[in-house]
Design a protein around this ligand. Structure first.
Ligand code: HXC
Length: 244
């Protein structure tokens, strides 16, 4: 999926977010789609944030609707039962960073500049950054990025675990597709359960999370996929998963 508004560095207008929400709902439903890659059109940006022009015209109630819409899109990325890879191909700022944070894995081009510059505009993060960035990189680093508002380069982002890997710009999509293809060979149901279990770490304490893992793990044993996966290993062949 491509955030496609390159003339504005893919800034996230409410029109784009509405479309994105609709498409993500469809993608979440479609059983023939196993892995999602989210990137930005052009070679300058993943997304340079929420649409500053549009935000300038909003009152508090409209702002609440706008922020809620961004949160719904992020929730869909985070909760859909399939892996979502963000391929960060340039400026990834504000709301752009916040959507990337809701994805499961982030690959970055060497040219990526990643940050939460909202405070420079006199506003705090509003599409989930205060929560997801803090959980991903820790309070100290998140506070640094959010309070200073200065973007960091891809290498620094990789060092702090904000992105999983950095690749040359021309390799970014190929690399993302290679990761997606590898995931496609895995059991789709296993991926769905694993994603649900990982997500649960953000919602509950350790004991409840571990109990939840046991339940999901046991549920997998009611499926043909685990039958196939285990048998294929013993028969020294590649498994053919059906997703059920
Ligand atoms: C609307 C944007 C935009 C944005 C860039 N553009 N970012 N339009 N919203 N967030 C537009 C510019 O107005 C310009 O349009 C065109 O894209 C190219 O951008 P330039 O600024 O000319 O490019 P450049 O000089 O290379 O600078 C790139 C940049 C800068 C450093 C990324 O554009 C920038 O600082 N953008 C804003 C980044 C930001 O503050 N993001 C956070 C937004 S707040 P024209 O028509 O002039 O060619 C946010 C809050 C989320 O995300 C939560 C909301 C609830």
């Amino acid at each position: 999926m491509t955030l496609d508004r390159p003339e504005a560095l893919n800034a996230l207008s409410s029109e784009m977010l509405h479309e994105l929400r609709e498409v993500l709902q469809e993608v979440a439903r479609r059983e023939d789609l196993q892995v999602v890659i989210l990137t930005g059109a052009g070679d300058r940006a993943f997304a340079a944030g929420a649409d500053i022009q549009e935000m300038g015209k909003l009152g508090p109630l409209e702002t609440e609707r706008y922020a809620t819409l961004g949160h719904e899109v992020a929730r869909l990325l985070e909760r859909m039962g399939k892996p979502v890879i963000a391929a960060l191909n340039g400026y990834t700022l504000g709301g752009g960073t916040e959507l990337a944070l809701a994805c499961d894995i982030r690959l970055a081009s060497e040219t990526a500049q990643i940050g939460q510059p909202e405070v420079k505009l006199g506003i705090p993060p509003g599409f989930g950054g205060s929560q997801r960035l803090t959980r991903l990189v820790g309070r100290g680093r998140a506070s640094e990025l959010i309070f200073l508002g200065e973007p960091i380069g891809a290498a620094d982002a990789e060092r702090m675990g904000l992105v999983n890997r950095v690749v040359a710009p021309e390799r970014l999509l190929d690399e993302a597709k290679a990761w997606a293809r590898q995931m496609q060979e895995r059991g789709p149901l296993a991926l769905k359960l694993a994603k649900a279990a990982i997500h649960q770490t953000q919602e509950t304490g350790l004991s409840a999370g571990l109990d939840y893992e046991i339940k999901l793990f046991s549920l997998a044993f009611a499926t043909d996929d685990r039958e196939e996966g285990l048998r294929a290993f013993l028969e020294k062949r590649k498994p053919e998963f059906k997703g059920g």
